[in-house]
Design a protein around this ligand. Structure first.
Ligand code: PA5
Length: 353
C-alpha cells in the first residue's frame, strides 16, 4: 500500500492536525468573509488612491493574492510591502493594511509606526499581539479573529477576510457570489484529493509523488503569479524542501536558459505550471512551448488546471490543491508539516539583538 494511503502515516507525522486545517480551508473562507464584512473600517477608507498591505510570510501572501485580483479590475493600485519601511509614496491618501497573524512581526509593526507618522489611514488584520494593542491604543480599526494553528493555515482570513474589507472600501467590486461559487468548487475538488482518496485516483498525491526527491519549480502567471509563491512557501514550510516560484511571461526571457547547469540539476528539478483559461491566451501558448523546452531537456513538467468560473475561484482552488500537494510531500519526506524551527530560531535570535 502507498504510504499516502496509510492512515498511520498521517497519525505518525501530522502531530498538529495540519491536514484538518487544510481540509477546513473552504469553511474558513466563509467564516473569514463574514468577519471581514462585520469588521470596522477607517473613516477615510473609501477616499484612498492607493492600498499597501504590510505583512510577512503567511500573513503577506493573502495581500499578494488580493493584488492579483485587484490588478484585474480596480482603478486603485494595491501593493504588498514585505519590509520594515513603507514605500516613500505612502501618504494620507494611502490605506495601509497591517496583516500579522501573531501581531508581533517586527517588520509589520515597523510599517505601522511608519504609517502612523505619515498619517495614513490604517487597518489591522490579526489574532492579537502587539498589533492588536497598538490598534486599540491608536483607535485603528481591526479585523481580529481567533485561530488555532500556523499563520499559513489561516489564509482564509489573510485573503478572503481582506477581500471583504477591500470590497466594503470600494476598492474591488462585489465578490460574494464569486466567493460562494469558489468555495463550492473547492469543496468539490477537496472530495477528490483528500487523504482518504487513494493515490491511484488522487491527483494531489500523484503530483507529490512526482515531485518527491526533486526541487519543485512552480510557474504562475498574471493573477496566478502569487499562487505560485504560495505553493513555494507551502513546500518550504510544510514539506521542508527547497522550492522556487517563477512567473510567465518574464521567465521566458531568462529562466529558460538556466535549465542545464550545474550538472545534475536536470535530474533534481521538477516543474509545475498553474493554468487558468482566464490567463492571457499568449501566456497559455507560452506554457505549452516552455513545457516542450523542459521535456526536451529531460526535466519533468506537469500542470494543474484551476477549477471554477472566476479568477477568485481559480486562485482559491489552485491554492487548495497546492496545500494538499505540499502536505503529501511532507509525508513522503517523512516530515511533520507543522513545526517551523528555523523561523522560530530566527525570530528568537533577532529578539535578542
Ligand atoms: O508561515 C509562517 O509562520 C511565517 O511565514 C509567518 O507568517 C511570518 O513569519 C510572519 O508572522 P505573522 O504571520 O505572525 O505576522
Amino acid at each position: 500500500m502507498s504510504i499516502l494511503d496509510d492512515r498511520t502515516t498521517y497519525q505518525r507525522l501530522d502531530t498538529a492536525g495540519i491536514g484538518n486545517l487544510i481540509a477546513g480551508l473552504p469553511q474558513q473562507c466563509r467564516a473569514a468573509w463574514d468577519a471581514g464584512m462585520a469588521a470596522p473600517l477607517p473613516e477615510r477608507a473609501g477616499d484612498v488612491m492607493r492600498v499597501v498591505v504590510a505583512g510577512m510570510g503567511g500573513s503577506a501572501i493573502g495581500g499578494a493574492l488580493a493584488r492579483g485580483l485587484a490588478d484585474l479590475e480596480s482603478p486603485v493600485a494595491l501593493t504588498v510591502c514585505r519590509d520594515y519601511r513603507l514605500p516613500a509614496w505612502v501618504d494620507v491618501h494611502t490605506l495601509v493594511i497591517a496583516s500579522s497573524f501573531s501581531g508581533n512581526t517586527e517588520e509589520t509593526l515597523s510599517c505601522v509606526e511608519d504609517a502612523l507618522e505619515r498619517h495614513a489611514p490604517l487597518l489591522a488584520i490579526t489574532t492579537g499581539g502587539k498589533l492588536a494593542q497598538i490598534a486599540q491604543a491608536h483607535h485603528i480599526p481591526a479585523l481580529t479573529y481567533a485561530f488555532a494553528g500556523q499563520p499559513r493555515c489561516a489564509l482564509g482570513y489573510g485573503f478572503v477576510g481582506l477581500l471583504a474589507l477591500l470590497q466594503r472600501a470600494g476598492i474591488i467590486g462585489e465578490q460574494a457570489s464569486d466567493l460562494e461559487a469558489a468555495v463550492r468548487a473547492m469543496e468539490a475538488w477537496a472530495a477528490e484529493i483528500s487523504p482518504d482518496v487513494p493515490e491511484e485516483r488522487n491527483a494531489a498525491k500523484q503530483m507529490a509523488r512526482a515531485l518527491h526527491g526533486r526541487i519543485p519549480v512552480v510557474y504562475g502567471a498574471g493573477f496566478l503569479t502569487d499562487v505560485a509563491v504560495r505553493w513555494k512557501g507551502q513546500f518550504n514550510e510544510n514539506s521542508k524542501t527547497f522550492a522556487f516560484a517563477e512567473a510567465l511571461p518574464e521567465a521566458n526571457h531568462n529562466a529558460v536558459e538556466g535549465y542545464g547547469l550545474p550538472a545534475g540539476s536536470r535530474e533534481r528539478m521538477a516543474v509545475v505550471f498553474l493554468k487558468s483559461a482566464l490567463l492571457h491566451p499568449r501566456v497559455l501558448d507560452r506554457i505549452a512551448v516552455t513545457a516542450d523546452i523542459l521535456e526536451r531537456q529531460g526535466i519533468p513538467a506537469g500542470w494543474v488546471d484551476a477549477r471554477g468560473d472566476s479568477a477568485l475561484a481559480h486562485i482559491l482552488t489552485l491554492v487548495q490543491f497546492g496545500d494538499w500537494v505540499s502536505y503529501y510531500l511532507a509525508m513522503l519526506n517523512g516530515q511533520d508539516p507543522n513545526p517551523i524551527p528555523q523561523i522560530d530560531y530566527l525570530k528568537a535570535q533577532l529578539a535578542q539583538r
